[in-house]
Design a protein around this ligand. Structure first.
Ligand code: TYD
Ligand code: MG
Length: 477
């Protein structure tokens, strides 16, 4: 019998500490350490878990037969890998693959994160239905809803999409299980032999032999690593759903992110209908792709190429669109500015969603290098949609918004811009330009003002290099 050890594990970064502290010394989060007991043996060998029994019901795998192989001998005579497409184009493209072979890689583990209520269950139920309709056996495990609730929702979604009702064609391949016990889930998987297994959500799954509550760091880590091992060893695709907290972190350890092969985020503004799915990690594809959906009364609808929240393409004085990075994600944000008559020496400068120091600096640059007189003008600047823009790459957009508001001139339609503004009035290079350009192009923009010396062609989008603030302002009006 292995000796249990006490440890305190951070809920946010999953670092382990010997004693409790108010603040995690590694990531700085307050009140995040949680007491757990660690079984040193089980921690060391996830293959001792339930998944091992699934693969080898008559005992643990013989470790003597494991040996390293030369790369050239592995899979040399195999067929090229067939992915499992869901038929939901926007989702398949994010999952990755070459044209005509998109979707889930067999034996992979994918984590889908998103805020509660954003539509993760809806997306995966639609995907599960589509997989099943195409002949792929699917096991949809819900740890939050009852089987009746899922069936009700599935019927409604299928009806709205004008497809046959579940039970008619294809959907006898879609199995639903409402359970939270990992042992029972693995047992059902063994009996049903699905090709795709969806776990919605992983935070509610538990293993009774671990002395910790469901959703705790220990449970999450163990259940997730066993499910990932199950995927690797059995060839079943495991799709895990995880809730994220308001600040965009996966509730529970970040650790889940490195256990799985791909991490998709499903997000959007709950007050608007648009939803975006994007990969922040993908071992089998690019993380530059994104899928766009619209939430309707009948579930999620794919948005065609070019349609999107910021894709109106119209332009107004004082309003400029900029692709900004938030974490590893890129979103198009509209930056707005307004000037009004004020008093010399007491002019107001108000920023909402924008760094006010940056605003003051850009006003100074405009006065010094572009000859604007703003000393007696009140100035208001904001980012639309409640997205906080702190990236220097948004400087150029804010600067053009202010200048546009002052002169009452707008950029040409379907033009966005990205660039950092230096104190000398020069436009400076920014990181991840290709990702920004792709996002702008995808949302229907045709021109992007960029710093000079940028040479990353993106089909359907013209990069317009601008060297100085003066040059950039020539594009107004
Ligand atoms: P859900 O998929 O349950 O969210 P999650 O699993 O991420 O918590 O769906 C959440 C919201 O989606 C719900 O509040 C209502 C909305 N919705 C629609 O607008 N239309 C629909 O057809 C469905 C199923 C949900
Ligand atoms: Mg849900």
């Amino acid at each position: 019998m292995s000796k249990l050890r006490r440890a305190f594990v951070c809920r946010s970064c999953a670092s382990a500490h010997a004693r409790w502290m108010g603040k995690c010394p590694d990531c700085g989060t307050w009140d995040a350490l949680e007491e757990t007991t660690v079984d040193p043996l089980a921690e060391k060998d996830p293959q001792r878990g339930l998944a091992a029994a699934f693969i080898e019901p008559n005992g643990a795998a013989d470790t003597g037969s494991v040996k390293a192989l030369p790369l050239s001998d592995i899979g040399a005579d195999d067929q090229p890998l067939r992915r499992i497409p869901s038929g939901i184009g926007e989702l398949d493209r994010v999952l990755g693959g070459a044209h005509g072979n998109l979707g889930l890689v067999p034996g992979s583990a994918v984590l889908v994160g998103g805020e509660p209520g954003i539509g993760k269950s809806t997306l995966l139920l639609q995907a599960a239905y589509a997989w099943a309709a195409a002949g792929t056996p699917v096991l949809y495990v819900s740890s939050e809803e009852s089987a009746q609730q899922i069936a009700l929702r599935a019927r409604r979604l299928a009806e709205a999409a004008g497809r046959s009702l579940p039970g008619a064609t294809g959907s006898d391949k879609l199995f639903v299980l409402a359970d939270t016990n990992l042992a029972r889930i693995v047992e059902q998987a063994r009996r049903n032999g699905p090709k795709v297994m969806v776990i919605d959500s992983v935070q509610m799954i538990y293993k009774p032999d671990i002395p910790a509550g469901a959703g705790s760091v220990t449970q999450l880590r163990r259940c997730c690593s066993e499910l990932v091992y199950l995927a690797k060893a059995s060839g079943i695709c495991v799709v895990l759903v995880g809730h994220v907290t308001k600040d965009g972190q996966l509730a529970g350890p970040r650790l889940l992110e490195h256990l799985v092969d791909a991490v998709l985020y499903f997000d959007g503004d709950r007050h608007h209908a648009h939803r975006v799915v994007r990969a922040v990690k993908n071992r089998f594809g690019t993380t530059l792709e994104l899928g766009l959906f619209e939430m309707t009364g009948g579930g999620l609808r794919e948005l065609p190429e070019g349609a999107g929240p910021a894709a109106t393409g119209e332009s107004r004085p004082g309003s400029v669109v900029c692709p900004v990075l938030s974490g590893t994600r890129c979103i198009l944000v509209e930056v707005q500015a307004l000037t009004a008559t004020g008093f010399l020496g007491a002019a107001k400068r108000k920023a909402s969603g924008i760094d006010s120091n940056r605003l003051a600096m850009l006003i100074a640059v405009l006065e010094q290098h572009a000859g604007l007189r703003l000393a007696d003008r009140d100035l208001f600047a904001s980012s639309v949609g409640g997205v906080r823009v702190v990236e220097p790459a948004s400087d150029l957009a804010l600067l053009l918004a202010i200048a546009g508001a002052h002169y009452k001139k707008a950029l040409p339609p379907r033009t966005a811009c990205a660039g950092e503004v230096g104190l000398g009035g020069e436009i400076r290079p920014i990181p991840a330009l290709e990702q920004r350009a792709r996002e702008a192009q995808r949302l229907g923009y045709t021109h992007l003002l960029v710093p000079p010396g940028t040479r990353t062609p993106v089909k359907g989008l013209e990069l317009v290099p601008v060297k100085t603030v003066d040059r950039a302002m020539e594009h107004l009006g």
